[in-house]
Design a protein around this ligand. Structure first.
Ligand SMILES: [Zn+2]
Length: 262
């Protein structure tokens, strides 16, 4: 038989002391989210802040989690067979050299990486961006079709909108310490888009700012889409490197993944 629980009357009258506030939880127990830790009477920047700065830099660089995974270490030369292996190795070396040079000289000449779809150009471009961000450089990774879409969308912008203006967007790309233009390909270029790309490339060249461009078109093909004046600036801005491959690496990787499944 259950005994009736006797609750002292004064306890019932007390306010909510039964539910004490949960003890505070901090994202960083080390500094209790203050960003600094005291040690021996001195204040030090907590390592969570260093982490946050780095994350912020990746975010500002426009590097998505997927792009962040690409490194020089996981750029696998096994996907390039005999006739292409040498070119792939040259591209990898050029990319590493570009990073090393960028860290010493803010006016390093850039790279133009071209080759078929799925040859690893974006991988190399992202690996460059990741290395530089990790080393503290300000990088902006842009996918050209997205950038053009964004630029166009600024025209629908109402004055009260908080979004970027065209000038702000282009200015960010013009002035980034290092700019990556991924996938400068065979889009539907109008005179308007051609002019935007020209002005961006020209501005990077005039200010001698390091720029990496990837494309599935070679310079001759690109000239048909963008015109001679843009391509002639591009050649001055970047050293061209060809990255050929027999089969789209994304297909090969996908098959490998499937075949290792049990
Ligand atoms: Zn902390």
């Amino acid at each position: 038989m259950l005994e009736r629980l006797r609750i002292p009357q004064d306890l019932l009258r007390r306010p909510a002391v039964f539910n004490p506030l949960p003890s505070p939880t901090y994202n960083c127990p080390l500094c209790q989210d203050r960003g600094v830790v005291l040690q021996g009477g001195k204040a030090y920047r907590c390592r969570c802040m260093k982490q946050k700065t780095l994350q912020n830099r990746f975010r500002l660089a426009n590097l998505t989690p997927q792009l962040r995974r690409f490194t020089f270490e996981n750029f696998d030369l096994k996907y390039y067979s005999r006739p292409h292996l040498e070119s792939a190795r040259r591209c990898l070396e050029a990319a590493k050299k570009f990073v090393a040079s960028c860290l010493k000289d803010p006016h390093t000449k850039g790279l133009f990486l071209f080759g078929p779809v799925g040859s690893g150009k974006t991988h190399l471009a992202a690996a460059i961006a990741n290395s530089l961000v990790n080393a503290g450089k300000q990088v902006l990774f842009t996918v050209v079709p997205d950038l053009l879409d964004e630029l166009r969308s600024t025209y629908d912008r109402r004055p009260e909108d908080d979004s970027y203006t065209e000038l702000e967007l282009l200015d960010t790309a013009r002035k980034a310490e290092v700019l990556i233009l991924d996938d400068l390909g065979s889009h539907n270029y109008t005179e308007w888009t051609c002019n935007k790309i020209y002005s961006l490339i020209n501005s990077r060249l005039m200010n001698e700012l390091p720029t990496v461009v990837t494309s599935n078109l070679d310079l001759k093909e690109l000239e048909e889409y963008l015109g001679e004046r843009t391509v002639s600036r591009l050649v001055q801005l970047c050293y061209p490197y060809n990255l050929p491959v027999e089969e789209d690496i994304r297909y090969v990787r996908s098959r490998e993944e499937y075949e290792t499944l049990k």
